[in-house]
Structures are given as C-alpha cells and as structure tokens.
Write a protein that binds this ligand. Structure first.
Ligand code: HEC
Length: 112
C-alpha cells in the first residue's frame, strides 16, 4: 500500500464512522420528538393546559390548539416568551422549541 492509498483509506473509514455516529440523531423524526416534548419533556407539560387530539391531550387552561391551528412561528413565540398565564419554557433548547412548534403546527386541527 502506498502512503497515499493508506491515507485515503483512513479518511474513508473516519468519514464512515462519523456518519454512523451521526445517523441516529439525524434519523430522529422531529415530529416524534415534538410530540414527546408536548406530552412529557416540557415542564409544565403543554398537555395539561392544551387540548390537542393528535397527542391525546385534553387541557382546559389554554386554548384548544386544534381549534386555534397556530402556525409554527406563533407556537414558537408563545413557547419562547410565554403569553398570558402560559410561562416561557426557558428549560427547552432552541431545537426542542423548534420541534414542538413544528409538531403542534403540523398536527393541530387534523383528524386522528
Ligand atoms: C400552565 C398552562 C399552560 C401550559 C403548560 C402551556 N400553555 Fe400554551 N397557553 C396557555 C394559555 C392560558 C394561553 C392563552 C394565553 C393568552 O392568550 O393570554 C396559551 C396560549 C398558547 C398558544 C397560542 C398563542 C397565541 O399566539 O395566541 C400556543 C400556540 C400555545 N399556548 C402552545 C403551547 C405549547 C406548545 C406548550 C408546551 C411547550 C404550552 N402552550 C404550554 C396555557 C399553557
């Protein structure tokens, strides 16, 4: 093996390893992740205050999200800053807020 071939082999194997390590993250469906956040990860949980059929949630404190059908930006603003008695979710990362916003805006108002 010439050293150049060996170098290529090393680079190839390293790239493959990086891809394998990264793939499970990349494959995590953001909608599933958003649903998890809605139901369990958020504190307090969205589900105790908001009705959302897709999540099987019945909450009477905040507006029924199936009726409101907010777009992603509206959910994101509410979760980031809080609104009325709804708190800002400072413990969620920006990626988690994106995921839950995508989830709610995608499923709200859909039949299940
Ligand atoms: C403690 C109860 C409570 C929790 C927990 C809660 N909300 Fe709310 N939410 C409310 C209330 C009350 C309002 C109405 C606020 C108002 O309009 O004054 C609201 C409003 C909203 C709105 C509408 C915002 C707008 O622009 O009108 C969205 C979207 C929303 N919540 C999503 C979420 C999501 C997603 C979560 C979880 C990360 C969550 N909420 C958690 C009580 C809650």
């Amino acid at each position: 093996m010439t050293s150049r071939v060996r170098l290529l082999a090393v680079v190839f194997v390293a790239a493959l390893a990086a891809l394998l390590l990264w793939a499970p993250w990349n494959n995590r469906n953001p909608l599933d992740q958003g649903k998890q956040i809605y139901l369990t990860v958020s504190e307090p949980r969205c589900a105790i205050c908001h009705t959302l059929r897709d999540a099987g949630a019945i909450g009477e404190v905040g507006p029924d999200l199936d009726a409101l059908k907010p777009d992603q930006a509206r959910v994101k603003t509410a979760v980031t800053n809080g609104i009325g008695v709804m708190p800002a979710f400072e413990a969620l990362t920006p990626a988690q807020i994106d995921a839950v916003s995508l989830y709610v805006s995608t499923v709200a108002g859909k039949k299940k």
